[in-house]
Design a protein around this ligand. Structure first.
Ligand SMILES: O=P(O)(O)O[C@@H]1C[C@H](O)[C@@H](CO)O1
Ligand code: HPA
Length: 294
């Protein structure tokens, strides 16, 4: 089901053209809100917003805590487009569909993608409520061939064999750590490796132990396909995980996780995430050659 569907260049273009005909905003930055982090959109000024169901070609959000709205607006002097709700593989979307908005954003002239997610911690130094700046990822579905870039390559977007070794921009990671210090949240913020699993079930103890042994710091069910597609088409990427729970790695400790708890931590820590993202956006240097031509 997942890798067969292909989306043509024209289909991405039609959606980009439709959006550009409906809003005067020409976004430089795209932000994807993770579970419980939809309020990141609330900080945008002069908003134009669209329900996903009204946007030609857009998939629909089905997950609680993912409102299903695309919001355009100004944030600290930059024009942004914000996804209040993302698409996950476990919802039954093909990976092309889960990443559909990324190429649309590229065509609209976006230069930088900021991805956020909720994730479970496997690292001793990461507690619920902490912010993990994503240094790298392990794309488990991708390792077994579930990759949004599978199928014929669209050379207008990028190379057949794109490098992923620097997909989380080093300069932006350093800047985010500096901002965290200035905002007094350095103690709650550290870099780490995110792993994407398919979901929708949370991990078994044995799976959690495996991930821990492999050097994974936090685990979630999204993000990697978006980052792969963004990197393929030349977007600069910054990612962060809000740690919403500890992943149980012992049969004795009785840790358990549910989606409501994930959303609750999102609500509690939304302000800190919002402030970090807003300051990062304000200090971004945008490459003005990004005219959306692909
Ligand atoms: O969209 P994200 O990755 O933030 O959502 C996480 C993973 C699952 O979709 C959900 C589990 O609570 O939160
Ligand atoms: O523990 C988790 N596992 C997978 N995805 C998640 N999203 C939030 N927490 C988790």
């Amino acid at each position: 089901m997942h890798s067969k569907e292909q989306i043509s260049h024209d289909e991405y273009q039609k959606t980009a053209d439709w959006l550009m005909s409906q809003t005067q905003h020409r976004p430089q930055v795209a932000i994807i809100c993770g579970s419980g982090l939809g309020m990141l959109c609330d900080t945008l000024k002069c908003q134009d917003s669209f329900a996903y169901s009204d946007i030609p070609g857009f998939p629909q959000s089905t997950v609680q805590g993912h409102a299903g709205r695309l919001v355009f607006g100004e944030l600290k002097g930059k024009t942004c487009v914000c996804m209040q709700g993302r698409f996950h593989m476990y919802e039954g979307h093909s990976l092309c569909k889960t990443t559909f908005p990324i190429r649309v954003f590229k065509m609209m002239g976006v230069d930088t993608l900021i991805v956020t997610n909720a994730a479970g911690s496997l690292a001793d130094g990461l507690q619920p409520g902490d912010i993990m700046i994503i240094k790298d990822h392990v794309n488990f579905p991708g390792l077994v061939g579930l990759n949004p870039l599978s199928g014929p390559n669209d050379d207008k977007f990028g190379l057949r064999f794109p490098a992923m070794s620097g997909c989380y921009d080093r300069g932006l990671r350093c800047l985010a750590m500096e901002i965290a210090k200035q905002q007094g949240v350095a103690g709650l913020t550290r870099e780490g490796v995110y792993a994407m699993v398919g979901g929708p079930n949370f991990e078994t103890i044995a799976e959690a132990r495996l991930l821990h042994r492999l050097g994974v710091d936090a685990v979630g069910m999204s993000t990697a396909p978006e980052v792969v597609v963004a990197t393929h088409c030349g977007l600069r990427v910054f990612g962060l995980s809000l740690i919403t729970n500890k992943v149980a790695t012992s049969y004795e400790d009785g840790e358990s996780v549910d989606h409501e708890g994930v959303l609750e931590v999102g609500r509690l820590r939304s302000l800190a995430v919002q402030q970090l993202v807003a300051e990062l956006v304000s200090r971004l240097e945008i490459n003005n050659n990004s005219d959306g031509a692909v």
